[in-house]
Design a binder for this molecule. Structure first.
Ligand code: PMP
Length: 373
């Protein structure tokens, strides 16, 4: 089966294979990886390797620490304001809303202070994007005006549902007035291409797309932003406690961290992020080329920000969507339905999806068009 789920999604086969041994006997210790305590020397090894492999893959500067936390991507939307919204004395943060997930980030932050949308693609900008639908483009950098006392500017680097990917992070940093830091939700394009983490204050990613299974959330935090949490911040979510305890302030998701560690090793032995980036470029190019070659299928995302990993698309005749999904399954293609908020279809093609999977999907789509077109 080719699994095009947006998450939890395909894991590399080699990772699952390794897990099947470690579940019975981890590293010839006679202990299942399920039985390992977070205070044991075994977990120490798992944790340290996961942390250092990730650091190496990202080329991360020593100004940053990596935290393995819980709460998922949506938990991060609360954890971040509770930790850094007060860093300038007033609780203030700015948001760029370019789709479903960044909109949720903004709504959550409103509970912790003065959150403001400083740019949005939820309406057709009269000048630049007048023919585009909402959330099919990313606001022009020149249009973004941050507030002088804002603690951070948050955006989503890849809108998983809408299929909008924005990677000019340095451009965003340069657009900041005052001393706000950049915060990026990288949940769906983390590790899929080179991203300039070293220009940000905080990035976060839930693991269940490109970094393992659900249950762990990875934060990369610039060290000088640690230690300024609001009083209401739960102790387990306070960056200071998490850093000081090496992500073991409370019991961490041991198994999920172990799986992330396996994924990082798989990435290292498969050419690292550079190689993933060229694979993902090729896979998405094949898919967009096909969609653009026919009017039977459409993708309306502005060409400058089409996501390489989450591609929503529609059939010209929406009545055929359910039939498309049903027949796909019998052709070995699963989880191709669009998000409930969007309808239509969506192909998520993360690092673990091989080119053969894209070929299978395109062949199926071609056959479907031949029959129903
Ligand atoms: N941000 C993005 C970009 C996502 O894709 C998702 C999950 N699909 C989330 C946040 C929320 O993650 P979680 O379900 O782990 O809370």
């Amino acid at each position: 089966m080719w699994n095009f789920s947006s998450g939890p999604s395909m894991l590399p086969y080699d990772v699952i294979h390794q897990m099947s041994f470690d579940i019975l006997d981890w590293n010839s210790t006679g202990v299942s990886v399920f039985d390992i305590s977070h205070r044991s020397k075994y977990f120490e090894i798992i944790y340290n390797e996961a942390e250092s492999d990730l650091r190496e893959l990202l080329g991360l500067s020593s100004d940053y620490c990596i935290l393995f936390m819980q709460g998922g991507g949506q938990g991060a939307n609360a954890i971040i304001p509770m930790n850094i919204i007060g860093r300038n004395g007033i609780n203030m943060a700015d948001f760029i809303v370019s789709g479903y997930w960044s909109s949720k980030s903004y709504i959550e932050a409103c509970k912790y202070g003065d959150a403001s949308i400083v740019a949005s693609s939820n309406y057709a900008m009269k000048i630049d994007y007048q023919d585009c639908n909402p959330y099919t483009w990313f606001p022009k950098i020149e249009s973004i005006k941050t507030r002088a006392c804002s603690s951070y500017l948050q955006f989503c680097s890849n809108e998983t549902i809408n299929g909008v990917e924005f990677v000019d992070w340095n451009g965003l940093v340069n657009s900041i007035d005052g001393n706000a830091v950049l915060v990026a939700d990288v949940s769906s394009n983390f590790l899929t291409r080179e991203l300039d983490i070293n220009c940000t204050g905080v990035v976060f990613s839930c693991a269940q797309k490109n970094a393992g299974i659900s249950g762990v959330t990875i934060f990369i935090v610039r060290k000088d932003l640690i230690g300024m949490s609001l009083n209401i911040c739960p102790s387990v979510f306070d960056y200071k406690n998490v850093v000081n305890s090496e992500s073991r302030y409370n019991t961490p998701p041991v198994f999920a961290i172990y799986v992330s560690g396996l994924v990082f090793k798989w990435l290292k032995s498969n050419g690292g992020i550079k190689r993933m980036e060229s694979n993902n470029l090729e896979k998405s190019r094949m898919f967009y080329d096909f969609i653009d070659s026919t009017s039977f299928y459409t993708n309306t995302i502005h060409s400058s920000v089409r996501s390489r990993v989450n591609i929503p698309f529609f059939l010209k005749n929406d009545f055929l969507t359910d039939i498309f999904v049903e027949k796909a399954e019998s052709s070995g293609i699963i989880n191709i339905k669009g998000h409930r908020s969007m309808g239509g279809l969506r192909a998520s093609m993360y690092n673990a999806m091989p080119i053969d999977g894209i070929n299978a999907l395109i062949n199926y789509m071609r056959d479907f068009e031949r029959y129903y077109g």
